[in-house]
Design a protein around this ligand. Structure first.
Ligand SMILES: Cc1cc2nc3c(=O)[nH]c(=O)nc-3n(C[C@H](O)[C@H](O)[C@H](O)COP(=O)(O)OP(=O)(O)OC[C@H]3O[C@@H](n4cnc5c(N)ncnc54)[C@H](O)[C@@H]3O)c2cc1C
Length: 504
């Protein structure tokens, strides 16, 4: 009953991450893994910013971090800076980490929330080590001593996605993955149960397998075009449906964060890599034409363009079934939200992890597929809610797009989350999902959604004790960040070999 042959269709980030994950899992077994991809079709060519979870993926593969960073021209990422979201002129950082440190087992932000109601005017950001270090353009690895403020964060990477796919390709091929170059034009199915049995390329190469992973990108060649699994359209919540990407020469200090700047009909990203900067605009074509969007993008670049703009089209949402019969969709074929919080590669990773947990035998039990689908549904829904929060927690009324969001009926899950926060500063927690309470706090506070009351557990400290503890924390964060090495210098010492000129 054991499965011995897996075929992965697609060699973008999703395809090669899946190939690497499976190759690692089935190392030294008789599993045959084949990946077929078409250079003629190519990959989507974007996807440079990540979440900290990717470190665990790389660790599981046994990848050397310095080697990976050199190969992918990666920089470190402490969070995302959001500009102009709550109001034009506002800015805040969503950090990969915490605010201060818990006091009496109560998260620190509750203390700040009470002090704010009693006229403390310090920003919540002033108590977060990763935010202050990011603002100063500094970086270090988290301290292993959990009593230290320098232990209160995680980090991710910003990298060249095509180099990451190439890196994982050589990893996968070293572990026995067979790569076939060719465009798949014919797909055979079993007339009895509808399972896919083989793929055929234009040149006549036939690939038989028992399990197929669809990493064919937006087209979903197996999961949708063949198995008609259906797509849940989420564009009423996340209506931005186009993007234009353009790389530019590096400019200014090399900052350890991605920037997302809100625009009238979308938002613009800036991702600093070692050798260049990735830029792009995501927009809703209802309210801005492609030409206007290109104009907005190109007038807000801080370096020389290095290539022509790359136009992309998408529809936000997710597959009704991620796992259908003997096909599992991972990557853009599974669904796409939008890149505001760098969640796509994270969702790829969750897809691979869930597949490895529920890895089938050739009986393909419906219960495994149901469990997988239910899990992925949750991951997608939670990311959707978090993304939507950025659009609805706003006072902006300067364009039809912002008015649309301010008047929107929210998914119940998000409505409840916002209500719990607004009434008493509580973040509803859940088991599955990328974003922990400090992330929700970052966006809500950063976008002026503030609680009316505070959590009464903080009353254990007197008013004077509260003031003293907050000030001590602010100074500790400032001092630790000031003592931290510059990001570019840290990268150099880590063997990235980037030219230092002007990078700080
Ligand atoms: C505007 C934008 C910005 C993004 N930014 C981020 C980000 O910052 N962070 C992040 O995590 N994610 C981001 N993403 C998402 C990220 O780019 C994707 O999740 C990631 O690249 C995975 O794509 P993929 O491998 O699923 O698809 P693709 O890159 O499209 O790869 C599809 C593969 O399938 C192959 N293929 C297709 N059809 C056939 C066929 N018939 N025969 C043979 N081969 C075939 C192609 O050749 C290719 O190899 C962004 C996406 C967009 C649209």
């Amino acid at each position: 009953m054991k499965i011995n042959k897996i075929c992965i269709l697609g060699g973008g980030t999703a395809g090669w991450m899946t190939a690497a994950g499976l190759a690692r899992k089935f190392e030294n077994t008789d599993m045959e893994i084949t990946l077929v991809e078409s250079e003629q079709i190519g990959t989507v060519g974007v996807g440079e910013a990540t979440l900290p979870h990717i470190r665990f993926f790389n660790n599981t593969l046994g990848i050397d971090e310095a080697e990976f960073m050199r190969a992918t021209k990666a920089t470190f990422k402490l969070g995302i800076e959001f500009c102009d979201w709550g109001r034009v002129g506002d800015r805040y950082i969503h950090p990969f980490g915490d605010y201060g440190q818990a006091i009496n087992h109560v998260p620190f932000y509750h203390y700040w929330n009470k002090s704010r109601l009693y006229r403390n005017t310090s920003r919540l950001d002033d108590y977060s080590y990763p935010i202050i270090a990011a603002e100063m353009g500094r970086f270090r690895f988290p301290d292993k001593d959990h009593t230290k403020i320098e232990s209160t964060f995680g980090y991710a990477y910003q990298f060249d996605s095509s180099l990451y796919a190439r890196f994982l390709r050589s990893y996968g091929e070293d572990k026995g993955v067979t790569r076939i170059e060719g465009k798949v034009t014919d797909i055979q199915t079993d007339p009895e149960n509808g399972h896919i049995t083989s793929l055929r390329t234009e040149s006549g190469c036939v690939i038989n397998a028992e399990l197929f992973i669809d990493c064919s990108g937006f087209r979903g060649l197996l999961i949708e075009q063949t198995l008609k699994s259906g797509y849940e359209d989420w564009s009423k919540w996340l209506p931005c449906n186009r993007a234009i990407a353009i790389p530019t020469a590096s400019a200014g200090k090399l900052m350890p964060f991605t920037r997302a700047t809100a625009r009238k009909a979308g938002w613009q990203w800036r991702i600093p890599l070692q050798h260049r900067t990735g830029n792009g605009i995501v927009y809703w074509n209802e309210y801005i034409s492609d030409d206007e969007a290109r104009h907005v993008l190109t007038t807000h670049l801080d370096g020389e363009p290095l290539a022509d703009p790359n136009q992309l089209y998408f529809l936000t949402g997710k597959r009704n079934l991620f796992w259908n019969k003997n096909v599992v969709a991972i990557g853009l074929s599974a669904g796409f939200l939008e890149p505001l919080e760098s969640t796509s590669i994270y969702l790829i990773q969750e897809g691979i992890t869930a597949l490895l947990e529920l890895f089938p035998d050739n009986q393909f039990r419906a219960s495994d597929a149901s469990e997988y689908n239910a899990k992925m549904d949750l991951y997608f829904e939670r990311v959707r809610d978090f993304l939507l929060l950025h659009y609805v927690a706003t006072e902006r009324d300067d364009s039809p797009m912002w008015n649309y969001f301010r008047n929107m009926k929210l998914p119940l899950s998000l409505e409840e989350k916002i209500k719990a926060w607004q009434t008493r500063g509580h973040i509803i927690e859940y088991e599955f999902g990328a974003f922990l309470p400090p992330s929700w706090v970052a966006v809500m506070v950063g976008q002026r959604l503030l609680p009316l009351r505070y959590d009464r557990r903080v009353d254990l400290l007197s008013q004077d004790e509260l003031t003293a503890q907050l000030e001590a924390m602010r100074l500790e964060v400032l001092s630790a960040a000031t003592d931290t090495t510059g990001h570019a210098a840290f990268l150099q010492s880590f063997g990235a070999a980037i030219p230092m000129d002007g990078k700080g």
